[in-house]
Design a protein around this ligand. Sequence first.
Ligand SMILES: N[C@@H](CCC(=O)N[C@@H](CS)C(=O)NCC(=O)O)C(=O)O
Length: 202
Amino acid sequence: MYQLYSNSRSPYSKRVHIYLQYRKIPYETVTVALEKLENRKKPFIQINPYGKVPVLNDDGFYLAESSAILRYLEEKHSFDPPFFSKNIQSRGLLNQAINRCESEFCFPGSVLYFAKKFVPEEKWDKNRMKDSSKRIGRHLDVLEGILESNDYLHENQFGFLEILYAPFLKQIELMDIKVPPHVEGWIKRVLAEPSVFSALEN
Ligand SMILES: N[C@@H](CCC(=O)N[C@@H](CS)C(=O)NCC(=O)O)C(=O)O
């Protein structure tokens, strides 16, 4: 059975929980206590030298990076319909959207999340945080353009992108931005999807 090294406060870990539950793949969770810095010590540091969760253990094969884990499982299991279509242009557009999700939303989102959750306000890097909010605002305007005429981001179906975004959407109120109306409707749909709801509740 797959093992998922994870922490319950880690949005990147949550992506993999959502995916495994959405695809109904059995797995067990191995909790890595980030608060005790277990991720920086042996044996975990030998599994992932960057000391980050999530990591998937597939019978002794270890894979880190949430998006890479999802792609690996998606390729390994050949689900129907797959998240990555056979059409090369469709796959190209999905990969483009994945990169933009990471760099324009989740990364600046993490800057705000970790500052607000774990750093005392007097130590906040306010310029960096302001810049992160601005970047997220620009990104949501781009998503709004897509969602004006679609319920979901890629080929109008719940899929890979929604799973990557979901744990970060749950924290959107920390991002100090005005959420455009179609994005707001999409967030409600994504968070109501049963696998998302259950993975983010636990
Ligand atoms: N790009 C990685 C990011 C993983 C990541 O940043 N994980 C955080 C928890 S959300 C972590 O393990 N932080 C511990 C540390 O950096 O010490 C992914 O997609 O999996």
